[in-house]
Design a protein. Structure first.
Length: 649
């Protein structure tokens, strides 16, 4: 069976919502596994459950503890009939992560549950059609109160992807859950439609096991179900963008204690649009459209904290927005009450990244064809360079681990580098291989370049930068892992930068070109993001360890919309969460987690003046979240200090 090339979100509906586009063939030597090769028919008649599960098991590989432990499982166009949950387990029936399901397109691939399917007929016993899990990389199966063996819970749910398909839970299946989703640090549901037929549907997208996030849900539509999206627990934050929900009978989006970062959400409901039911929960929302279809419907119920900008509320028969207790005016709220001193102060618009380039197959180059040998321990530098210089517009790395000893320059003609869940490491490096330069170097002007599904590793090899961006071209980094390296260094001359669903190293940026980030997990010490003069918008930011998240200087404008900070252990040396230099602008709304005494930020914001003096906003000035804090929205401007800012002692 001829595979078809992976396609990522590339178009918008009404300038907001991703839609499927015509896909093209994927090189047969990409390393992806086709479910048809395992016996799946995709004809809507035969039961494909067992064949799909067989493909999931066969996809498991070993590229090292930190990297992709599986290949892509690919669905060509068709309707795949299933009768039981699609999940991934090993030979001992232990749950596994890195379950990557990718379809030819959202409208051509349908996973369809039988009507009145066994196990799905009881509303009070929900059961998923697709179920992703955590692995257990260390510790006890019950550590932290999780049930790893029974539920696949945990915080090792790396690399779980569901993309480019429709999930149909059939009719008269009231207990059906479309997707029961776990992902940590890097994982996404992208360009997916989730449908419930007549008499069906408990929850469209459930993220209610310990512990969801950080993760990205983007370009998703959910039709029907009692609940559209349900999120639970205090860790670790969820990012939602370009999401449509319609026809839920209970609530469209429900948050029970977590941190939700949302942009461009469209809700149509006869019940409740948003529920934020825990005092520890924070919803940060930019651009919400809520259509209430019945007089007693409510756009929001809030028992925690909500910060929002751009709510458009309508109800048939009403000439003005209905009064349901929750205001629609931009700002920060505790319950239904405005919070003095806090604000929805962001100004940058959420710009969509350029679509990933999809040339015909004859303009793709396989690095293996030019001599690279993945998983061999042999140097692939010259082979990768040869593929880049071949004149191809897209270069791909079949699944595996590649070694380089020198930097790779990306020619202007190359517009796509597809990692296919592969990784690149350094070995026997040349003396000329600069440690403050990139493993990949983007130095030329030209058309936009996308680098996706690739890992960069320098573990045990010393300092290194994964990607150096100095060329005046747009750069899109999607689904990247960066270990023991700085993730990206955007120079003054570099073009616009887009980062989506990426985890690992620190980030640096200079220059006036914009930077847009969606779901970033950056863990480690020191300063995680250094912004020297750039407009920077981050939707969903998560970190662990003792670090300053952003140092903002040289007239930079940084905006953080949602996320979670977690020191884990009491720090030996205290750092502020954010540092803003005089003349720069900083906006941030997020939550903090803390479970040990003194394992929290004492100062959340420090502002530095040219004369060396400083002011600060201390933890004691912010709402509490157990031992930690909630920041509903703080704005530091070049023209004057925040009213909460006090001279540091």
């Amino acid at each position: 069976m001829k595979l078809r090339r992976l396609r990522f979100m590339s178009a918008c509906l009404g300038a907001l919502f991703a839609v499927a586009v015509q896909s093209e063939p994927l090189p047969v030597d990409s390393g992806a596994l086709n479910v048809r090769d395992f016996g799946a028919k995709g004809d809507g008649v035969h039961d494909d459950t067992a064949a799909i599960k067989e493909a999931l098991v066969a996809a498991q590989v070993d590229q090292g503890k930190g990297f992709w432990p599986a290949k892509i499982v690919y669905f060509p166009a068709g309707t795949y009939r299933v009768t039981d949950t699609l999940e991934k387990r090993d030979a001992q029936q232990r749950p596994l992560s890195s379950m990557s399901l990718v379809g030819e397109s959202r409208d051509k691939v349908r996973i369809k549950l039988d009507d009145e399917a066994a196990g799905y007929r009881e509303a009070d016993r929900p059961k998923a059609v697709i179920y992703t899990s955590s692995s257990l990389l260390g510790g006890s199966p019950t550590a932290g109160g999780k049930d790893y063996l029974g539920k696949g819970e945990g915080n090792d749910a790396y690399g779980n992807y569901i993309e480019d398909m429709t999930i149909d839970v059939g009719r008269r299946n009231p207990g059906a859950v479309g997707i029961d989703y776990m992902a940590n640090n890097i994982g996404a549901i992208r360009n997916v439609r989730i449908l419930a037929g007549e008499g069906s549907g408990s929850t469209g997208l459930s993220m209610e096991r310990k512990w969801p996030g950080p993760l990205l849900v983007i370009g998703v539509s959910i039709e029907g179900f009692a609940r559209g999206i349900a999120v639970r627990y205090r860790e670790y934050s969820v990012t939602l963008e370009n999401v449509q929900l319609k026809g839920q009978t209970d609530v469209a989006i429900r948050n029970d204690g977590n941190s939700l970062a949302m942009r461009n959400i469209d809700i149509e409901t006869a019940a409740v649009g948003l529920q934020n039911i825990s005092p520890d929960g924070l919803i940060v929302a930019d651009q919400l459209t809520v259509k209430l279809t019945k007089p007693r419907a409510a756009w929001a119920e809030n028992r925690g904290y909500m910060t929002f900008k751009g709510v458009r509320l309508t109800q048939p028969g009403h000439t003005a927005p209905p009064e349901d207790g929750m205001p629609t005016k931009d700002g920060a709220y505790k319950g239904t009450s405005p919070l003095p001193g806090f604000d929805a102060g962001w100004q940058l618009k959420g710009i969509q990244p350029p679509a990933a380039w999809q040339p015909p197959l004859e303009r793709w180059a396989n690095v293996v064809t030019y001599g690279a040998k993945p998983d061999s321990g042999e140097d692939a530098t010259e082979a990768i360079r040869a593929a880049m210089a071949s004149g191809a517009e897209a270069v791909y790395f079949p699944s595996g681990r590649y070694l380089i000893r020198d930097a790779i320059e990306i020619p202007a003609k190359v517009r796509r580098i597809a990692g296919m869940l592969s990784s690149i490491s350094t070995k026997n490096r040349l003396p000329s291989f600069a440690r403050n330069g990139g493993m990949f170097r983007v130095t030329t002007a030209g058309q936009p370049l996308t680098i996706d599904r690739l890992g960069f590793d320098n573990t045990g090899q010393g300092p290194q930068v994964a990607i150096e961006h100095s060329g005046e071209r747009d750069l899109v980094l999607r689904d990247l892992l960066t270990f023991a390296v700085a993730g990206v260094d955007r120079k003054v001359s570099g073009g616009r930068l887009f980062i989506e669903n990426t985890t690992g190293g620190s980030i640096g940026m200079s220059g006036r070109a914009g930077v847009w980030v969606r779901q970033l997990n950056t863990e480690g010490p020191n300063v995680r993001i250094r912004n020297l003069g750039s407009p920077l918008s981050i939707l969903g930011l998560k970190s662990e360890q003792n670090a300053t998240m952003v140092e903002n200087e040289s007239g930079a404008q940084t905006e953080v919309l949602g996320g979670l900070l977690y020191l884990v252990h009491p720090p030996k040396e205290r750092r502020p969460a954010f540092v803003n230099h005089d003349g720069a602008r900083l906006t941030a709304a997020y939550v903090e987690s803390a479970y040990l005494p003194n394992a929290f930020y004492e100062e959340h914001f420090v502002e530095l003046a040219p004369d060396g003096s400083k002011g600060s906003i201390a933890a004691t000035q912010l709402p509490s979240r157990g031992m930690a804090r909630i920041v509903p929205g703080v704005v530091l401007t070049p023209s004057g200090a925040n009213p909460m800012m006090a001279p540091a002692r």
